[in-house]
Design a protein around this ligand. Sequence first.
Ligand code: NOJ
Length: 757
Amino acid sequence: MKIINVFLAAVGLMALAGCSAPASDDAEMDRFVTDLMGRMSLRQKIGQLNLPTGGDMVTGSVQSTDLANLIRNEQIGGFFNVRDVEKIHELQRIAIEETELKIPLLVGADVIHGFETIFPIPLALSCSWDTAAVETAARIAAVESSVNGINWTFSPMVDICRDPRWGRIAEGNGEDPYLGGVMAAAYVRGYQGDLSGKDNILACVKHFALYGASEAGRDYNTVDMSRVRMYNEYLPPYKAAVEAGVGSVMSSFNVIDGIPATAHKWLLTDLLRDQWGFKGFVVTDYESIHEMTFHGVAELKEAAARALAAGTDMDMVSEGFLKTLEASLADGSVSEQMIDRSCRRILEAKYKLGLFSDPYKNCNPELAAKLTFSKDNRAQARRIAAETFVLLKNQDNTLPLKKKGKIALVGPMADAGGNMCGCWTPTCKPENHKSLLQAMRQAVGNDAEILYAPGSNLYYDPKQHEVAAGWRKIEYRSDKNLLSQAIAAARSADVIVAACGESAEMAGESVSRTNLEMPDAQKDLLKALVATGKPVVLLLFSGRPVILNWESENLTAILNVWQGGSEAGDAIADVVFGFVNPSGKLTTTFPRSVGQIPLYYNHMNTGRPISGNDYFVQYRSNYLDESNEPLYPFGFGLSYTTFSYGELALSSDTMPKDGSITASVKVANTGDCDGTEIVQLYIRDKMASITRPVKELKKYQRITLRKGESCNVEFTLTANDLKFYDADLNFVFEPGEFELMIGPDSKNVSTQTFKAE
Ligand code: NOJ
């Protein structure tokens, strides 16, 4: 009640100040913002460009700021990293009631895969290939964020990544530009809706650009790349987000052409605005302006001036704009128009969000209590999580398990509760998450017995364990008998389920790894379990591809459950016991060796390709000691049922430039249960003005077939699907011969050729 009164008072005050509820079209917005800016001093305008952290959630080095003071002094356009709804409401109230201009604040947060109802990490979500599911997840995240006062999320992260050493591979959609693009658009739709609704929040596509190509997979490292590669392989997902209407863009930490992205005019203005037509605002990443000093490019004042001139509008944490722009204006390093331009973009975003007429939008503790982590939201998270799991091996149809006899559940992730949720969850409450052990016991009831033993720590070294266990604690167990207790449980069981792999803190920001094998203690546990002779099912927890050569040979079944969110326990139990049939397919290649990285399906052929699975052929592009092949290719994933693919047919053997070609294939469910298959279409441009990938995903369909059912799957391609950026960066259609491939994954395809004319 108190809040409603405060809100009404605020609206009244805004009306007095001339901020009446604006209409929605662009001309009206223009008039409104022009009028407001006409009443703003230079200092107030610069204040709008400043974005400090509240420090309740720690996502970088500076811990906290006196936000109330900054707001009263009109030195702030928004803030982020404040957790509590009442606190956020109070800060917004100060802006509306205790400042001259009463400009509402943007309230940001890293809501990356859910607010409190946590969905699987984005890499996992992409493995569902289900854009509707991703949109639903983003929509639920938006509703929960909005009632908790957040009106801006730093998501989607759409950096293409081909290097699983980089921990942030967990936050993106994998290695494919087309899939990355459709996923990017789904996130934007889910978060933003039409922006103005009470529970719509502003999205922020990041990290612009190319952050996923950090050298050697080391976070924050240098990036260097040709424009042709950028345009064809790395930029499409960002562009798709812009086309979907994303309201803000975050510049990346890395350099491009030796220039930090935050100060890169070609990137932030020529490409983003002039070529792509982006109309929103650009925010830096955490302290990126300040970091330009460490890049060896400029001290704070010059860095801020260069960033502003290049097209950066809002400064996250550095306070470079706040502290130096007045001086830079005085000495002519920046112009007033540049400051006005950025201020206008930020005010326009606030206007589009509807903040001038409704500054609190949905921010309301009562609503928050009702709509956050609700039963319905959690049911969706459970359903969607189960769609993301990828069945990598299932010898003798060991999975699904029968709910009978004795099942040994071992491994450090088996009773890890809140740690299963994943890497980017500063807003989650891990204490509310069910562990896998609880979920499996609940699923079997009295029909079967679950014998639990942790078996090992994450690592042998307590310090390494401690770092990996993070704040969602997995306690280090110093018990010398850990392994022997697990073996005893395993021996008396009919089947062993091992919950092993990466904890939440072993993926995400600042978590690069050079060794991608199963951590030492867990690997030894798996070996000892195999030695019992009992079937061993690995539930693989991971935020990235793990090297699984030994596991794939020696274990009976492997289900990759990633980091599955707050409902992971129940979702895993659903799949393990066969209530849900797994349907996820990999969107990231699983290598055999770290030495193969970067390894990705859509590579070029080279002038000296090898054929087939040859290990070593002299004077060919290959390795002396390892195959070129991945362990599990892009697009791969099994099901509890089987699907057969009929003959691939094309509607014609030519495709006119202005016409289309249709490919069709009959897909049948030939196994014993209903299931969902992801049918994938790839093309190869055989001869072009520049070298083209050996395969490129162009279309796919998720189809659900009942046991015994079949259907004809059709895809239509037009010239647009065959275009690429040539050496001069023109998006061109080049006539010639194309291979068209359809199959259940990127390796296992049938091929037909056609001519495009
Ligand atoms: C740094 C990360 O790179 C970025 O993704 C995140 O949004 C910001 N910190 C804010 O927490």
